[in-house]
Design a protein around this ligand. Structure first.
Ligand code: SF4
Ligand code: SF4
Length: 675
């Protein structure tokens, strides 16, 4: 540490009383969470560096898929496993831990206060469950001063803001913001220099550790077979906090693993997904209080470490089966790194203690549907990038979709969801009217094309071009089924209306006499595919994607050499694994596809679902895709016949955007014999 940092620290310690008063007032009156342009830049830079490190280190984890499969199976068998909890308690106690199984956060707090005893000063290290308990604030209200010992958590403690990542809580703050927070709290001017900032905090934290007799930590894992607690850290603070006279460990029952081997597999994955590194600086495995039997083989406790070690396990209630998967989360933050909504909204998307889509789910479970709504239930694009980047492949978009259905049936949210109902209703009405009038629907062919309501209402050029291309590729003009398949309702969680809409669509399909339906909109494709059996009862035997239906055609290749980037739709791509099919069709029509930095499974979302509700977030999300195409050297960005992607991307700047159907329609070789 530089001498200036020491000097600042000494001056600062006398001002910390003021800091704690400020802190208390923030806790009592609620701290604001900032997320301005500078926070956004800091967050993006921090997350990009993690992704870069992951890419650099990926070869050092050659069996990543095997490790992930092992973790998933461990989580499936351990979460909610009463027998494992009992085994863990028994073996922890054999190792001389005092164990409290708390039935609620309230009980856990009482147990912590009881374990702290007469002490009025404690130090603590990172633990997400204690954030959920508001442990530090509540201890402070009870007259017990607590100092966070992780650098990032200490900064947050002083600012009263929400964390922006489970292991890198101040990823959204740059050096200027942090120096401002510390200067404000300490009353002295701490320069915006990372080394000085760390030096200042380090000295302050070290003083606090030197003064404390009780240390509180979380646990990354508790192993049932061995009765051990596993804690990972980089700063070295946990080793010190856990070696005071008393060590209190507070952990969620979901942190229980069968044995050390499974816990260490999780720890490696958590580290890689959180930081991109293959290991943390420290892995502490604690199996009871400090002890010696060196003198006449007589056991003596509290040698260089704690005499008392208390484990408080917070037992979680049973979740509905469809939500259980959310409890498999290991808190690595991998899902946040490329989440388009999170990169735009930061910690404002998610709950106060768990970020992003999984945080929204967590708040629905723990705080109710209104909290989930306030925390961004409708900010989630259901793009699936979180699942792609999750070591446990947690299907966050599936649960978000189901929660939207719960929200739609929640009386207290009805008024707030009225604008969404209005949007779904007007799009559906406009599209269905065309079908009902019959002027736009046609019948009598074995093959029908279904453009879907958003295409019909917002991007009719896709519909017109798709009909032309299908006619060219298949030698016969298809029938056209206009209307909505229920998808417009599905987007907002109105399940009852969705199913009604689908039934009406099915009848229209039956009336058309079609045996196969070609779909250009990915969302319609998903709705129809998921209800294939019901469609069959209406005589529809097959549903084809547009690119699947026309991929075999020979197009004109007059402008061979056009450099084009292809934007994968989240549904056709990540959901159905269709990546090559549209690219092959485009290549046959002469396009030279240039790869973008993030595409295929990693393709970013266009942001369309946010266009109406949060246009200020939707614009930048789409522009990032356009910028990526520009960086790849593309002359044109081609979208995937998805009306949403096309609509969103058309609003970007710097590159021409064209839909695949329109592009291919311009490459049709004129043939007189077309029927
Ligand atoms: S589905 Fe997309 S927007 Fe929603 S949480 Fe996952 S990554 Fe974020
Ligand atoms: S949902 Fe998955 S990626 Fe996100 S924090 Fe949990 S385990 Fe990590």
């Amino acid at each position: 540490m530089s001498s200036s940092a020491i000097e600042l620290s000494l001056k600062g310690s006398s001002n910390m009383a003021t800091a704690h008063l400020k802190l208390l007032s923030r806790f009592l009156f609620g701290g604001e969470t900032r997320f301005d342009g500078s926070c956004k830049k800091s967050l993006e830079a921090a997350f990009s560096s993690v992704i870069k490190r992951q890419e650099e280190n990926s070869s050092r984890l050659p069996d990543l898929d095997g490790m992930k499969a092992g973790l998933k199976s461990d989580r499936e068998s351990s979460v909610g496993n009463e027998g494992l909890l009992e085994m863990a308690v028994e073996n922890l106690e054999k190792n001389r831990f005092k164990v409290v199984v708390a039935g609620s956060l309230e009980e856990a707090f009482d147990a912590a206060v009881c374990a702290i005893g007469a002490e009025n000063f404690v130090v603590k290290s990172k633990s997400n469950i204690t954030k959920e308990m508001r442990l530090v604030e509540r201890l402070s209200e009870s007259g017990i001063e607590t100092v966070e010992t992780d650098i990032g958590d200490r900064v947050l403690q002083l600012s009263g803001e929400r964390p922006s990542h489970p292991t890198g809580p101040v990823s959204h703050l740059g050096r200027d913001a942090i120096s401002g927070i510390i200067s404000d709290a300490s009353g002295i001017d701490v320069p915006a220099d990372p080394e000085t900032i760390v030096g200042f905090l380090k000295t302050e934290i070290r003083d606090a550790i030197g003064k404390a007799r009780v240390g509180i930590t979380g646990a990354n894992a508790i192993t049932a077979s061995e009765g051990s607690v596993v804690i990972i850290h980089n700063e070295g603070n946990v080793a010190e906090v856990s070696r005071l006279e008393k060590h209190i460990i507070i952990a969620d029952s979901n942190k229980i693993y069968e044995d050390l081997a499974s816990a260490l597999n999780m720890v490696k994955l958590q580290t890689y997904y959180a930081t991109g590194s293959v290991t943390t600086a420290y892995i502490n495995i604690i199996s009871g209080p400090s002890r010696t039997a060196d003198i006449e083989k007589k056991l003596f406790y509290g040698v260089h470490g704690p005499k008392d070690a208390v484990v408080i396990i917070v037992k979680r209630g049973v979740q509905a089966e469809w939500l259980k998967e959310s409890q498999y989360c290991i808190g690595c933050g991998g899902c946040l790194l490329e989440c388009p909504a999170y990169l735009e909204k930061g910690p404002l998307f998610g709950s106060a203690h768990k970020q992003g889509g999984i945080g929204v789910i967590d708040s629905a479970i723990k705080e109710g549907m209104e909290a989930a709504y306030d925390n961004g239930l409708y900010s989630c694009l259901k793009c699936g990038l979180c699942k792609e980047n999750c070591p446990v492949s947690i299907d966050t978009p599936r649960m978000i979709g189901r929660l939207k259905e719960e929200a739609a049936n929640n009386d207290r949210l009805k008024k707030r969801l009225r604008p969404l109902r209005l949007v779904a209703n007007s799009v559906t009405l406009a599209a269905n009217a065309r079908g009902v009038l019959g002027a736009f629907s046609t019948k009598g062919k074995k093959t029908a094309y279904f453009p879907g309501c958003v295409t019909t209402v917002n991007t009719p050029e896709i519909r017109d071009a798709a009909i032309k291309v299908i006619e060219f590729a298949r030698g016969q003009r298809p029938s056209v089924i206009e209307g909505c398949c229920g998808g417009a309702w599905d987007s907002f969680g109105f399940a009852e209306e969705r199913e009604k809409g689908f039934d009406e669509f099915s009848k229209r399909a039956e009336e058309s006499g079609a045996e196969e339906i070609i779909v250009s909109c990915p969302h319609c494709y998903e709705i129809l595919m998921e209800r294939g059996e019901r469609l069959e009862t209406h005589g529809v035997l097959r549903v084809l994607r547009f690119s699947e239906a026309v991929g075999g055609a020979e197009f004109a290749v007059s402008d061979k050499g056009l450099k084009a980037a292809y934007h994968d739709s989240c549904v056709f791509g990540r959901r159905y694994g269709v990546f090559d099919e549209p690219r092959e069709a485009l290549k046959k029509a002469g396009a030279r596809i240039v790869p973008m930095e993030r595409e295929r499974e990693k393709a970013p979302c266009c942001g369309f679902p946010l266009i109406l509700r949060e246009p200020l977030s939707a614009g930048p999300i789409a522009q990032k895709v356009a910028d990526s195409a520009i960086s790849a050297g593309a002359e044109k960005l081609i979208t995937s016949a998805c009306p949403g992607c096309y609509y969103a991307m058309k609003r970007t700047s710097g590159i021409e955007v064209e839909d695949i159907s329109v592009y291919l329609s311009k490459k049709i070789i004129k043939r007189k014999e077309i029927l």
